[in-house]
Design a protein. Structure first.
Length: 315
């Protein structure tokens, strides 16, 4: 059995649903040009961090000197049928994006990627080096996932795995080990515009462009300060994030529910009572959302969103 197959088998044993291998060369020039243009046009909104470390973001070897390969893993987070949330509270409530109903996936993926690195080191030698990457590390992970054969970037700008759909968490292991790369993925959403039509704010353009300034996931999670009135009205009951483009995706409908139940899911977090949220203190917020993606927003941001959701419910 090849080393590449051993690595893939071990990744599946660790609980990942898919794994692919890419080389560590820069991503395609066309992807680099698109990213530069997107940033130059101001479509990244207030995500200034995307402008920093650009070379590292597009070139894995800039993250780890001497890198030769990138192992890309995917974890399906589509909830199982028995995990579907109960009905919303009787009072006004706010909806939480599906990924945030789980424990923080960064904390879940990182130790498993370190275990995978230990496995590869044991199959090679101690001189080999590794860099674990999960979202917050500057890396164009969707472009690398495509190159590693794990799917294609759809009109929604989400990575879509042909079997697992768009609800997947990605992680990467950049390494100095030289591995035989997989064939890049093919596929596209050409002919389907469901996500474009479903987007509440027009953040997804018919021309394939994405404007984070109008994205409700960005507005309710990343944006600091007041939310513009026209976007606030379109939030509806979205307290944290927006799943609309994912929910209408045909690949999501055909995808299996998650196989790995070790990632903790909290159906009670699907709909949060707005009065309860508005009554939280800094201490109670920290206790209630410790280990949750919601924690990154902070109490001020969550209560800002709750006031908007309450106002929308009272219209």
């Amino acid at each position: 059995m090849s080393l590449e197959q051993e690595i893939k088998n071990r990744a599946l044993e660790l609980g990942f649903d898919a794994v692919g291998i890419s080389d560590a060369t820069p991503i395609a020039q066309a992807d680099i040009d698109r990213l530069k243009l997107w940033l130059a046009e101001g479509r990244a909104a207030g995500m200034d961090y995307l402008h920093r470390n650009f070379e590292k973001r597009v070139h894995p070897a800039a993250l780890l000197d001497g890198a030769r390969s990138v192992i890309v893993v995917a974890l399906n987070y589509k909830p199982a049928e028995d995990e579907e949330p109960a009905a919303a509270a009787t009072g006004p409530s706010g909806t939480v994006a599906m990924y945030a109903r789980y424990e923080d996936y960064h904390d879940f993926l990182r130790p498993r990627l370190h275990q995978l690195a230990d496995f590869v080191r044991g199959r090679t030698d101690d001189e080999q080096r590794f860099k674990v990457c999960v979202d917050s590390v500057p890396l164009a992970e969707r472009a690398l996932a495509m190159r590693a054969g794990l799917g294609f970037v759809g009109t929604s700008h989400m990575l879509i795995h042909p079997a697992l759909g768009p609800q997947i968490f990605l992680g990467e292991l950049v390494t100095t080990v030289e591995l035989h790369p997989d064939k890049p993925s093919s596929g596209s959403c050409v002919g389907c515009d469901r996500c474009v039509r479903a987007c509440p704010t027009g953040a997804l353009g018919a021309d394939g462009r994405f404007d984070a300034n109008r994205c409700l996931s960005y507005q309710t999670i990343e944006h600091r300060g007041a939310i513009a009135p026209d976007l606030a009205e379109r939030m509806g009951d979205r307290l944290f994030g927006c799943d609309q483009c994912v929910l209408v995706c045909p690949y999501r409908h055909a995808a299996p529910t998650r196989a790995n139940r070790e990632l903790r899911y909290d159906p009670e977090c699907a709909h949060l009572d707005l009065a309860h949220v508005l009554g939280l203190t800094a201490d109670s917020f920290a206790r209630e959302f410790a280990g949750s993606p919601i924690n990154r927003l902070g109490l001020t941001g969550l209560q800002r969103n709750a006031r908007i959701c309450l106002a929308n419910a009272q219209r």
